[in-house]
Write a protein that binds this ligand. Sequence first.
Ligand code: URA
Length: 438
Amino acid sequence: MLRMYDLIQKKQNGYALSEEELTFFVKGVTDGSIPDYQISALLMAIFFKGLTEEETTVFTECLADSGERADLSAIKGKKVDKHSTGGVGDKTSLIVAPMVAATNMGVYVAKMSGRGLGHTGGTIDKLESIPGVNTNQSREDFLRIVNEIGLCIGQSSCFAPADKKLYALRDVTATVNCLPLIASSVMSKKLAAGSDCIVLDVKCGSGAFVKTVKEATELADLMVKIGTRAGKKTVALITNMDVPLGRNVGNSLEVIEAIDVLDGQGDKDLTELCITLAANMLYIANAADYDECVRAVTKTLHDGSAKKKLADLVAALGGNSDYIYNPSLFKESKISAIIAADRSGYIYKMDTELIGVAAVVLGAGRMTKESPIDHRAGITFHHTVGDYVNEGEAIATIYTSNISKAQNGMELIFNAVKISDKKPEPKKLIYKTIGGKF
Ligand code: URA
C-alpha cells in the first residue's frame, strides 16, 4: 500500500517517484483524501530536489487527467492555443487571438485563459472588464463560437482540478517558483484544453516568475518536450518582462491598449510581439511559410479585420461590442494622479514585479482569492526604460478608487522606477525561440 509519508521521504532523499506513486498523489489531491500538510510537504520536497524530465511528463499527464479533457473534434480545422507564463501589462491574448482568426487561413483559436495570479494579470479578468462579457460558456457554446467566428476564449480553470488545488497551496507555501512545478501546471491545462498546437510565451525578467534567460530557457525546453511528447505541435518564445509590456497595466486600461494595437496604432514592442506570436500560431499549424504568416497577421491590423474579430468575440460572449469600436465608453476611475520624476535622467530600471504589485494594490488584482477586482484601476506609463525624463515630468498616471490605495500604489511605483545619469543598455524584446520563428 502506498503512503504519502514514504513518497515525501523518497523525494526528500532525492529519488525519482514512479508513475504509480505520482498517480496515487494526484488522485489523492483530486479526491481530497490527502491532507494539505502532506501535499505541501511533498511540494516542498519537490521544490528542493526537483523532478526528472520523465517524472515531470508523467506528473503533467496525471494532472491533465484529474478532470475532463476537452474534445475539440467538432471544430473543423487546426486548433491552436497560446499561453503566457505570466507578466505585467501582458494583453497579447486579446490581440493575437483575433489576429489569427481574422486571417481566415483555416486555423481556429480555442484559447483557454486564467485570471490574475499574484502580481500578474489574467486575460479572463481583462475580458470581463467589458460590460456583459461572460467567459463561463458551456462546452457546446464554446465550440459553436469557435466554429462561427474562428476564435473563443474560455476559462482554463475548468481543466486539471488537481493543479488548481496544488497551485493554491504552492501560492501560500512559497513553492510557486520551481521549474518542474510551473511546467506541469501550465502544460496540464494546455493538454486538457485539447488544441493541436500550442505557442508558449515564456516571460523572463523582473516581472516574470522566472528572472533569467537561462532559467526561462530551461522552463521553455521542458514545456516544449512535454507538449511534443503528448503529440502537440509546441513552440516557445522567450520574451522580455523586465519592463511592463506596452503602456497600460490594469484590466479595462489593457483592453483599451489592445484596441490601439488592433487599430494599427499600438505600442511598437507590444505590436511586434503580437505579430510574432500570431505568426507563430499560424506557422506551427502549417498555414503557410513564416514570412507569409507575418504578412497575413500584419494585414489584419491595418484593414480592421482583427478589431472586428475582437468585437465579434465580445458579442458572442454576451458583451457590448460598442466598447471595442468606441473605447471612450469605458468609465474612468474615481481617482487619478500623476507620478512625476524626482530628478532628471534616464529611466534606468523598472522593477516590474513591484509595478505588478502596485497594480494589485490600486485594485486591478486580488489581494485575497475572494476580493473583487476594480476593472478601471491601474497604471498608464508615459515613459519606459531608456527614456530621458526631466525633473517634474510625468512618468506615470495611476487610476484607483480611494486615497489610501492611491498613496500606497504611488509609493510602490515610485520605488520601482530608478532614474540614473547613465543610459541603460537596450534589451531584446524576444530573446530566443525553441522551435518557433522570429
Ligand atoms: N501559471 C500557471 O498556470 N502555473 C504556474 O505554476 C505558474 C504560472
